[in-house]
Write a protein that binds this ligand. Structure first.
Ligand code: TYD
Ligand code: MG
Length: 455
């Protein structure tokens, strides 16, 4: 048999090369290549005598059982999952440290166990006593969850093989797991990949719903190889600002359903509480109108969420490079909007510091928020509050046009229901609600005129 070639895997992106280099050829990170376990080399003889088995083909229309979803009992968790857990599926749960992943999963585990289904919670990060203490604090001590503190995948799978197959298995976290068949310390690419592979295979073969907790690195990606995201059926991210009480559970990938619904929770002294109606959550709730604040009607799946966007502009006296800081929005998109406001509307931000904040720790990625951000910026620059009771939506093009957005009519209808009286958006909006005054804006320059003249 040919001697297996050495392989080097990048700890940042997971790419594999056969030659060690200082810089990863794929993601250009430095000093991230480490030697990986060699791949097994198979013989290239392809006939049934070589030990391969014939693969069975089926037709697409062959009636088969659709995955049956099992509700966890946490309605917001189920909503983000697209209706509940699918047996035999693997979920990767990512999120910043301390955001509440372990708390959420312990609560879900307890709910499922209370329904009489088998639940196993393996923590590689905390001692069993610590998890028990947390359960006591959350009032979950009575739930028949089987708890273990372990990091050896072989031990875990051996134990699972000797007991009744559980319905739900939590591994907290995959970065602490270790397989003795693979070289390397826990958390390295080959360990994470190998451990995840073994656990996922167990889950698929036994119809267990598996959740792997994944650490998130500084830049917000799940630590370890990207391949982990390919291996699992569902990738979820638990988001929020640690200093705020609200947490959002979002599916980034879901092989069994849509990814547009979010689950909203609020972190309280007794754990995570579900927020069934989040529409007004991300508004600051002040009564006085303030310069630099605009409300954007976001939509999350089927639920409207009104979000306040705050901008602050500070004029610099000296020639120092002005700062641009953004929380909850994309900084590249802010740079683009500032450039469009400068070149199409003649506004000058070049000698000013610009700060943008999305209230309540909410993270916006919808391009429909462009107009609301522009409105907040113009209002802050002019130091004039926007007209009271207004919402703003529309995508801004590089030419300064305001483009239509998805579900425009529906968003405005929901805003009207929540007491907003004026909507600003693309001039050609359709399906507008009758109980809301609508102001169509064709160009970003129209917005500037309105803000400057309406006060
Ligand atoms: P945790 O679930 O340990 O986070 P993760 O697993 O994502 O790292 O949550 C830790 C934080 O949650 C902790 O800093 C305090 C807070 N918390 C509460 O506010 N209330 C509670 O009831 C619990 C259990 C945690
Ligand atoms: Mg944890």
């Amino acid at each position: 048999m040919a001697k297996p070639k050495k392989r080097y895997a990048c700890q940042a992106c997971g790419s594999v090369t056969h030659r060690w280099q200082g810089q990863c050829p794929d993601c250009s990170e430095w000093n991230t290549l480490v030697e990986d376990a060699p791949a097994t080399v198979f013989s290239l003889k392809h006939d049934l005598s070589s030990g391969g088995r014939a693969v069975e083909f089926v037709d697409l229309d062959k009636p088969g059982a659709l995955p049956i979803r099992q509700p966890t009992g946490l309605a917001e968790f189920d909503r983000a999952l697209g209706g509940g857990l699918v047996p035999g599926s693997a979920i990767l749960m990512g999120g910043d440290p301390g955001i509440g992943k372990s708390t959420l999963l312990l609560q879900a585990a307890a709910q499922i166990a209370r329904q009489g289904r088998g639940v196993i919670y393996v923590s590689g990060e905390e001692a069993a006593g610590q998890v028990r203490m947390r359960a006591a604090r959350l009032g979950l001590s009575d739930a028949p969850v089987k708890l273990a503190s372990a990091t050896g995948v072989r031990d875990i799978l051996t134990t699972l093989g000797q007991m009744e197959t559980p319905a739900f298995l939590v591994i907290d976290s995959i970065q602490t797991m270790h397989s003795d068949t693979i070289e390397g310390a826990p958390g390295t690419v080959s360990q994470v990949r190998g451990c995840a592979f073994e656990l996922i295979r167990y889950a698929k073969e036994n119809g267990v719903a598996l959740v792997l907790v994944g650490h998130v690195t500084k830049d917000g990606t799940i630590a370890g190889p990207r391949v982990l995201e390919h291996m699992v059926d569902v990738v979820m991210s638990f988001e929020g600002e640690r200093s705020h009480q609200y947490r959002i559970l979002r599916a980034l990938k879901n092989r069994f359903g849509a990814v547009d619904e979010i689950g909203v929770f609020s972190m309280a002294g007794e754990g995570l509480e579900e927020v069934a109606n989040p529409s007004m959550l991300f508004l600051s709730g002040r009564s006085e109108p303030m310069a630099g604040s605009a409300v954007f009607p976001a939509i999350e799946g089927t639920r409207p969420v009104l979000v306040e966007i705050q901008a602050l502009i500070v004029r610099l006296q000296s020639g120092a490079t002005p700062r641009r800081a953004v929380v909850g929005w994309d900084s590249g998109r802010l740079a683009m909007l500032l450039a469009v406001l400068e070149s199409r509307c003649g506004l000058n931000f070049s000698s000013a510091e610009v700060y943008l904040n999305v209230a309540g720790g909410y993270r916006l990625s919808d391009p429909a928020a462009d107009l609301a951000v522009a409105a907040a910026l113009v209002s802050a620059l002019a130091d004039r509050p926007l007209p009271e009771g207004s919402v703003w939506l529309g995508e801004v093009s590089l030419a300064g046009e305001i483009r239509p957005v998805a579900h425009g009519g529906l968003r405005l209808k929901e805003a009207a229901k929540l007491g907003f009286t004026r909507g600003h958006g693309p001039a050609d909006s359709k399906n507008l609600p009758s109980d809301l005054e609508f102001i169509g804006l064709g160009q970003l320059a129209n917005l500037v005129d309105r803000v400057i003249t309406s006060a």
